[in-house]
Structures are given as structure tokens and as C-alpha cells.
Ligand binder design. Structure first.
Ligand code: GLU
Length: 475
């Protein structure tokens, strides 16, 4: 069997979101699983839609997620160049083959003329087909006129690895533009040439291209070449309903997720399951598992809902599984600035405590700030607490005083603190929801924190007692 070669062929027209990365990922997994090659090709033939910096952005996104490619812009390869705007001569020579075989013709019409054809078709209640208006006279193509494919409409049947057996009828095949007046090819034409020249064996792309496959099959046939295998990926839908995921629904730049502290492996696992699972209940997959288990044949046909809450859950799971040294390295840029002056081992202890609650790394600052800064007491923390707000200031003060007296005696190890805190619960006959919440608020000035004894132990004796005193003064 020939070597598996897949490609990711984005157009540099903006940032990449989950949809783009999913296409890249499925192509990457297919190649890696088969020990084949994964190719990056930039499809920059639509110069009006091109966005400065987008090409770099694509490369950075793949790099950030560890989707390495074997051939592509910047690294080259045997079938380069891998940027379509650098391949214009190649498209031109392929176009000339079609001109020579009578399968392409110069489009002689002005926009208004085409518009008139369209309107006439509408009046006749017929679909507009360019092939009904092929010019009688043929013009010599000089590379600067639009060139159209002379289609040969017919029935097609083909197999799509994801969508199954498909068929189409002749009406969907029309004469489409191959080369534009600016000397650039259309996507419809260029990708066929490139996939062939680059020996691509499997084409994975979004569902928006499915309707065009019959045209492509017609063009493959005109060239006398074999199409690759197609795997059409289902749409990614908004969290609710049947709308395609859009920027409005949070289809954000994948690098934004990376910057917020979503771990590459968590993103990969989450994105892989947008439309694929291995048939079991498993929801989280390591990269190696994905390479071993992924199968295009198990990609679902119907749209896959994008649920950011699930991504957050997956990421939190990954963060909890990280070893502390690794996590420490990953969070380097996420500490609150006040942490700078603190020793490493203190930060490591803090991290060990908040790891449990961290869903993405950018939360570290908010979750850990009270370990580094004395936050001024804020009465609303009491008022917003259902149980504490029922107590008078006098009662609160009594409880806090008792807590302070107990803490003075502690050596601030977690065990000792736990023991004393529990004894105090008994002595004061208070539920934890009251006593521990009060101590927590007084020691941290936030409403939620890691386990109380752990938190106090890391904060240490002096800091804890000072903070309790400050609260006692305002009550
Ligand atoms: N350049 C196309 C796009 O970005 C790629 C489609 C394909 O993979 O063939 O949408």
C-alpha cells in the first residue's frame, strides 16, 4: 500500500478556531497513525480576503498544539513550494493541458452580461447554469482572462470515509472558473492540482465543500487522474441548537485559549472528540491514545456541538493530573505580580493547594492572590454568606476570638490545625458552615479557598493571626 499522506490546507484569511484545528488534527492523526506524512499547504489565492499575519498565525497555532508537519512552508519538502501563490506557473501549465484537450475555455463575458443570464434564468424559473451559455467563438487564453472548465455533466457515485456512499446528478455540475483574470487559480482548481502533485492520499475538510465534490470528480476525470479518498468532517455547531458555530458563539482564536492557559493536550483531546469517539464512554484521550485509536470511519456524520464548559472541564482534569514540577513550569507567567518576591517553595505550596481548583492557568492569579497580599476586610463577604449574616457582630466576634485563641496554640502543621479546628467545632457546637466559613473569610478575605487547614498552614501563623485581628477590629 502506498504511504498515507494527508494535508492541512488553510487559507490565511484570519485566525484559526476549533474548526480549523479539528481538520488539521484529524489529518495529523491519520498520518501519524499510519506513519505517513502530514503536509501544511497555504492556500493564499484569494488575495482580497487575505489577512496580514494570518499565515504566521496558522503556523504558530499548529506549533502551540504540537501538530508538527513534515512538509510545508518554511521547512520545504519534495513537492514544494507549499504556498499556492508561489505555484502560479504550475497551475498555468495544468490549465493549458485543459485548454489543449478542449476542456477549458476563455470566459468572454462581462459581469453585467452574466447578471443578465442569471435574471433570464430566474424569469424562466430555471436554475442558472453557466454551461448553457458557452460562447460559440473561442478565444486564445493568454493567462489574463478568466478561464472556465468545460464540464461534462453526469451522474456520480462515490464513497466518503465519513459520510458513506454518496451520489449526485448532472445538474450540480457546471462550468466553473479555473483561473482568474489576475493570474491566480480558484480554490476549486488549485487544490486538485496540488493534492495530486503532492501525492495526497486522504483529503479531510469541512462539510461546506461536500456539495462541490461532483464538480471536482468531473475535473479529476478531465485530467485523467485518480481522486484521493475523501473524508468530509461534520459541521461544528453552537452549544445549543443547530446553528453552525460562529465567532459570536465563542469560536475564538485557538491561540487565545492557549494564552488563557488551556493546555495543548487538553485542547487536543477536546477537539478530537468534536465529532469522534472510540465507541466507548471515554471522554479524555492522551495524544498517544488518539494516535492509536483514532479512526475516520468512526467520525459521526451529524454536526458536533461545541461546549466550552466541557473544554473547561477537560482542561481542569488535565491540570489536576499534572505533576507539580510540570505544572509549576506551565504557570510561570500566570502568578499575580505580587508573588514575584516570594520564594519558590512557598509558591510551590500554594500551587499544590490551588491545583485542585484551577480550570485554566489564567485563573491562578485570582485563586492565589490572598496568599501573597493582605486583602482589606470586606464586610460584604459576611453579608453575602447565608449563615453568617444571621449572626450578630457580637456572636461573630466571640467565634473569631475563640478561633484566634485556639490558633495561637497551634504549630500550624496541617494535622495539628485539623485537630484543633475539629475540637473547636465541638466546643462551640457550631457547624463547619459557620465556624470554618468565618475563619476562612477572616484569614483570606475571599469566600472560597482550598481546604481550611491546608490554607492556614501555608499562610503561616503570623499572617493568619494578623488577619484575624484585623477582622476582629472591624466587627
Ligand atoms: N483552503 C480551504 C479553506 O481554508 C481548504 C479546504 C481544503 O482543505 O481543501 O477552507
Amino acid at each position: 500500500m502506498s504511504e498515507v499522506r494527508t494535508r492541512f490546507a488553510p487559507s490565511p484569511t484570519g485566525y484559526i478556531h476549533v474548526g480549523g484545528i479539528r481538520t488539521a488534527l484529524f489529518a495529523w492523526l491519520t498520518a501519524r497513525q499510519a506513519q505517513g506524512q502530514f503536509v501544511l499547504r497555504l492556500e493564499d489565492t484569494d488575495r482580497e480576503r487575505e489577512v496580514t499575519g494570518a499565515a504566521q498565525h496558522i503556523v504558530d497555532s499548529l506549533h502551540a498544539l504540537g501538530l508538527d508537519y513534515d512538509e510545508g512552508p518554511g521547512i520545504g519538502g519534495p513537492y514544494g513550494p507549499y504556498v499556492q501563490s508561489e505555484r502560479l506557473d504550475i497551475y498555468r501549465s495544468w490549465a493549458e493541458k485543459l485548454v489543449a484537450s478542449g476542456r477549458a475555455y476563455v470566459d468572454p463575458y462581462r459581469t453585467e452580461e452574466v447578471q443578465a443570464f442569471r435574471e433570464q434564468a430566474k424569469i424562466n424559473k430555471q436554475p442558472f447554469l453557466f454551461r448553457n451559455h458557452r460562447p460559440n467563438q473561442s478565444f486564445v487564453w493568454n493567462g489574463q482572462q478568466p478561464l472556465r472548465f468545460k464540464s461534462d455533466p453526469k451522474d456520480y457515485q462515490w464513497h466518503d470515509i465519513v459520510m458513506g456512499d454518496l451520489k449526485s446528478s448532472p445538474e450540480v455540475i457546471d462550468d466553473f472558473v479555473l483561473m482568474k483574470a489576475d493570474g491566480f487559480p480558484t480554490y476549486n482548481f488549485a487544490h486538485i492540482v496540488d493534492d495530486y502533485e503532492m501525492h495526497i492520499t486522504h483529503v479531510m475538510r469541512g462539510q461546506e465543500f461536500l456539495a462541490s465534490v461532483p464538480k471536482y470528480l468531473n475535473l479529476y476525470e478531465a485530467f485523467g487522474i485518480q481522486p484521493p479518498q475523501f473524508a468530509t468532517l461534520p459541521h461544528i455547531l453552537a452549544t445549543e441548537g443547530n446553528r453552525k458555530l460562529s465567532k459570536r458563539d465563542g469560536a475564538k482564536d485557538i491561540l487565545d485559549y492557549v494564552r488563557q492557559g488551556f493546555l495543548p493536550d487538553a485542547l487536543i483531546s477536546f477537539i478530537a472528540t468534536l465529532g469522534w469517539n472510540d465507541g466507548s464512554e471515554q471522554e479524555i484521550f492522551s495524544r498517544t491514545e488518539l494516535i492509536n485509536k483514532f479512526s475516520l470511519g468512526k467520525v459521526q456524520r451529524s454536526g458536533a456541538h461545541f461546549d466550552e464548559r466541557r473544554l473547561i472541564w477537560v482542561n481542569g482534569t488535565y491540570i489536576r493530573q499534572q505533576s507539580l514540577p510540570k505544572l509549576k513550569e506551565a504557570v510561570q507567567n500566570y502568578w499575580p505580580k505580587e508573588a514575584t518576591s516570594y520564594p519558590d517553595d512557598y509558591k510551590e505550596k500554594v500551587l499544590g493547594l490551588v491545583q485542585e481548583r484551577l480550570k485554566y492557568l489564567a485563573e491562578l492569579s485570582d485563586l492565589s492572590i490572598f496568599f501573597f497580599v493582605d486583602i482589606p476586610p470586606d464586610r460584604s463577604l459576611i453579608d453575602n454568606n447565608k449563615q453568617l449574616r444571621e449572626l450578630s457582630d457580637e456572636e461573630l466576634k466571640q467565634l473569631l476570638n475563640a478561633a484566634r485563641d485556639m490558633l495561637i496554640e497551634s504549630n500550624f502543621t496541617v494535622d495539628d490545625l485539623n485537630q484543633r479546628l475539629n475540637t473547636l467545632l465541638d466546643q462551640l457546637s457550631q457547624p463547619p458552615a459557620i465556624l470554618f466559613s468565618l475563619i476562612r473569610i477572616a484569614a483570606t478575605s475571599v469566600s472560597a479557598s482550598p481546604g481550611l487547614a491546608d490554607t492556614l498552614s501555608v499562610l503561616g501563623r503570623e499572617r493568619t493571626l494578623n488577619r484575624l485581628n484585623t477582622w476582629l477590629n472591624i466587627l
